[in-house]
Design a binder for this molecule. Structure first.
Ligand code: AHR
Length: 867
């Protein structure tokens, strides 16, 4: 089969390669542009016409602007877009958002292609802005915005502004939106605005649309090539140059930890009791599951009632507790864990709980681990319950191995007994830490050899609305005093795994901690909450920003301050008198770079720079590898002189194949890159050999640019089977098994075989076809600590590649035994693992690179590291 992409690409290129003037000889000076939306709210479309009679759409359903307001995906809608050109030539677009928020959207462009970040000023306290219009007032030198309420009695409003982020209060107006026109396009009548503009501008829109179509075509390319496309075997020759080496980051591979997919409670955090504090709330799931409340995962035998009280809790942050009214001794409060409690024969489990009873005759508590059919897997009895809240502790040794136990808490008395913070914790945690991490999962993370760990997210860090911003102070201190909260991914965060545990874990695995805090704004994808609008919600109010900034400074003091300082003391009290040696802090997470964001980010940044100039502040550049947040995020970073910028992008295989020079073009004088979230996504979103090879290809290209890319982390990291909100992830797990993906092994190979010096290499191919060349990527790095040369080769072709590697510059004086590790298989394999071989290597050698494979070869050299 011939390569179907080449002819299509060539045809598309004819349109996008700029020629002298245009491809056409006889074009008009100007024409009409029609700007319109559709009833689905997809975005802003354009059509052009010479005579306003027949209209030509620019691209089939190609949107030049999309709304970025509200929840991800289908909730981001643009209704009734209205386009207006101001006297300074700038284009303004306003549109309606939804039926609840009473906000309108606005953005500006100087060329109709690149649109500045959107803002969503609130026009109506309640109700919807059904239709908006915008007009310039030459006398007042500002804009009138007109909008129609969805309440028929309210009619048309207008407001005046010359600053779109600060709308004046609305006034009633007699004016009616009247600048819209009805135009028939493809037999359908649509409403929009007509503008007479220079033909050059229309031509630019046509080119922009064709470029977008070209990129889409590139992105849709898959790794698979038909073997029929190969008539000759492929051979490559490589010759790394020791003379032209350059230093590269030794921090390239890290991990991105977010509490998504049950990564914390029920995941990495080793607690076995679910909802131990009775703090699950309907609001965790936005009211969509009526069983998700304080009783979730709990039951009582004998038909006894389980009441939840809040009258006199252990701590105000932890308001709910369970109440048993025991008529006859034997009533058990039962917890099913996270869909079963896994225990191992002979292992010890720490039981702790708070109990209180004001009955005269108070007894101890029998705690049993049982099976569904009455099996007993271990038991213990605590001391006597007290009249006030008392923490009781004991140890249970499991007498059998099961994944499906439950815990029964049986007070040995009658009457009213109150219980809270019922916990069962394996003693066998990672490094034996109390309140620590599940050993096997944590080990899987440590095995990656990550140089750093970012936490606690992701979107979790900036939260779903201002009230849901992750507040680090709520996650430290005694467990019963931590303040749990709704997780934006639709469940609950107990915060048993909090900032102290994150710092401790980083230290335990030898990774630099990289906390990320909200930039004073919540996630731009925040939902509408009651009468609070969605999106960034105007950010933390200015009068609260000082306190917020202080909290960020406190975080740094908690990590690095002297044990006598206010926050350093809290760290010492938590068991870590020595500082954690924090070097980085991320401000913001792929935010919309609105005025609201810029203002708050700058305030936080300036305060950190002043008080802790040694800390590297990491900026943020949106959720994509292009677009306004990417551009404006980088501009802000350059303006503020940031050292590091966090980029995020999840791309299909075709993007990785066709953007291998992405970082080669980065300006070396500006901030360095932290690629904080990335992954290859195929339709159906699973992790397989195809996605893993694309990630290997990308990391090879990143390694070449290791002078500008400082750090990378695949995202997301962990996912509990059956509880995922996001796929693909790097490691799947259930209560008893850890299931690394193919992508995990790619990360692991890079983590174990990173270097700190990059050696450029010439490469020649037996066949110079582009589709072949872009499916082979190589890199040569030196690990100066061990004087070893590391060769990485990704072969994304369906056939083996023979290689000739000339190491004459590498000072290999005798035959060396190299270790070659290979991941290979079929592109849709999801379980392949690396295999290791040994090779004999001298000045040159000829390893064969299997079809669809990633290979790493490690060789001892005599290169003096100081050369
Ligand atoms: O990695 C999952 C999510 O992807 C992160 O929370 C967010 O930052 C991004 O959109």
């Amino acid at each position: 089969m011939r390569n179907i992409f080449l002819p299509v690409f060539m045809t598309v290129l004819l349109f996008v390669v700029p020629t002298k003037g245009s491809l056409y000889a006889n074009e008009p000076d100007s024409a009409y542009l029609f700007a319109y939306g559709d009833t689905n709210g997809n975005g802003l479309y354009f059509a052009w016409s010479i005579d306003q009679g027949s209209w030509h759409t620019i691209g089939h359903r190609h949107t030049f602007l999309k709304s970025d307001y509200g929840r991800w995906g289908s909730q981001k809608r643009m209704y009734n877009p209205f386009l207006y050109r101001a006297p300074d030539g700038k284009w303004h677009c306003t549109w309606s958002l939804n039926h609840e928020d009473g906000a309108v959207a606005h953005t500006v462009s100087s060329n109709l292609v690149y649109w500045e970040p959107q803002s969503y000023p609130v026009l109506m306290p309640l109700g919807n802005c059904l239709d908006t219009e915008i007009n310039y007032d030459p006398h007042k030198k500002g804009f009138h915005i007109l909008w129609q309420s969805d309440k028929p009695t309210e009619g048309i409003y207008q407001t005046f502004t010359n600053d779109f982020s600060q709308f004046t209060p609305a006034e009633k107006s007699k004016r009616h939106p009247n600048n819209r026109r009805e135009v028939t396009i493809g037999g359908v009548e649509v409403s929009g605005t007509v503008h007479r503009i220079a033909w050059e501008e229309i031509d630019r829109l046509i080119s922009a649309q064709r470029l977008a179509a070209y990129k889409q075509l590139q992105n849709s390319e898959r790794v698979a090539m038909n073997p029929g496309q190969f008539r000759e075997p492929v051979t490559i020759s490589l010759s790394p140059s020791a003379k032209e080496k350059k230093p590269i980051s030794d921090m390239l591979i890290g991990i991105f930890y977010e509490d998504i997919n049950y990564a914390a409670d029920g995941g990495l955090y080793a607690e076995l009791v679910q909802n131990r504090g009775f703090e699950y709330a309907l609001s965790d799931k936005e009211g969509r599951d009526e069983n998700w409340n304080s009783r979730f995962a709990w039951s009582v035998n004998n038909g006894s009632p389980l009441t939840i009280d809040t009258l006199s809790p252990i701590h105000a942050n932890n308001r709910h507790y369970a109440v048993l009214e025991i008529e006859k001794q034997g009533v058990a409060l039962i917890n099913e864990g996270f869909n079963g409690i896994p225990v191992k024969k002979g292992e010890k489990y720490n039981l702790s709980l708070f109990a209180r009873s004001t009955e005269k005759r108070r007894g101890p508590i029998l705690v049993r681990l049982t099976g569904k059919n009455g099996e007993l897997y271990g038991e213990t009895t605590t001391g006597r319950i007290g009249a006030g809240w008392k923490k009781m502790e004991a140890v249970i040794t499991a007498t059998a191995t099961t994944t499906d136990a439950r815990i029964e808490v049986i007070p040995q008395q009658t009457g009213r007994v109150e219980l809270d913070m019922i916990s069962l914790f394996p003693q066998n945690t990672f490094k034996g830490r109390k309140n620590g991490m599940r050993a096997d999962l944590a080990q899987a993370l440590a095995d990656l050899k990550p140089r750093f760990m970012r936490f606690p997210g992701g979107c979790v860090a900036h939260g779903d609305g201002i009230g849901n911003i992750y507040r680090w102070e709520n996650t430290i201190g005694p467990l019963e005093a931590r303040k749990p909260q709704r997780n934006l991914w639709g469940y609950h965060q107990s915060f048993g795994l909090g900032y102290h545990e994150y710092f401790q874990f980083c230290e335990d695995i030898g990774a630099e901690p990289v906390p990320v805090v909200a930039a004073g704004v919540p996630c731009q994808n925040s939902a509408h909450h009651g009468c609070v609008i969605g999106g960034q919600q105007g950010g933390i109010p200015m009068e609260e920003m000082d306190a917020y900034i202080q909290s960020v400074l406190n975080l740094i003091e908690y990590a690095n301050g002297d044990a006598k300082s206010e926050w350093g003391r809290k760290r010492a009290e938590a068991g870590h008198p020595k500082p954690f040696n924090l070097k980085y802090i991320g401000i913001g997470n792929e935010d919309l770079i609105s005025d609201i964001f810029v203002k708050r980010f700058t305030m936080i940044h300036d305060a950190i720079r002043e008080k802790y100039p040694e800390i590297t502040v990491i900026g943020t550049a949106g959720p994509f590898s292009e677009g306004s947040d990417y551009v404006e995020g980088w501009e802000l970073a350059t303006r503020l002189g940031l050292k590091l910028v966090d980029e995020h992008y999840y791309q299909p295989p075709g993007w990785y194949l066709n953007n291998q020079d992405f970082y080669d073009r980065y300006d070396r004088s500006k901030a360095k890159v932290y690629l904080g979230e990335y992954a290859a996504h195929v339709p159906n979103r699973h992790n397989n050999l195809e996605t893993a090879l694309c990630e290997a290809l990308h990391l090879i290209n990143v390694e070449r640019n290791g002078d500008i890319v400082e750090m990378t982390s695949y995202a997301p990291l962990l996912a509990k089977e059956g509880y995922t909100q996001w796929n693909p992830d790097l490691i799947y797990f259930n209560n008893s098994e850890v299931k690394p993906t193919v992508g995990y092994y790619v990360q692991k190979l890079f983590g174990h075989h990173s270097g700190n010096e990059y050696l450029p290499s010439g490469i020649s191919f037996s066949d110079n076809r582009e589709d072949i060349k872009k499916r082979i990527a190589t890199s040569f790095v030196m690990d100066k600590k061990t004087n070893e040369l590391i060769i990485k080769i990704a072969n994304l072709l369906p056939v083996p590649v023979s290689s000739f590697i000339d190491l004459s510059e590498m000072n290999i004086t005798k035959e060396e035994t190299a270790i070659m590790t290979v991941i290979k298989g079929n592109l849709d394999d999801r379980t392949v693992k690396p295999e290791e071989f040994t090779l004999s290597v001298q000045e040159d050698f000829n390893p064969e690179l299997p079809a669809y494979s990633f290979s790493v070869i490690r060789i001892k050299t005599n290169n003096n590291s100081s050369n």
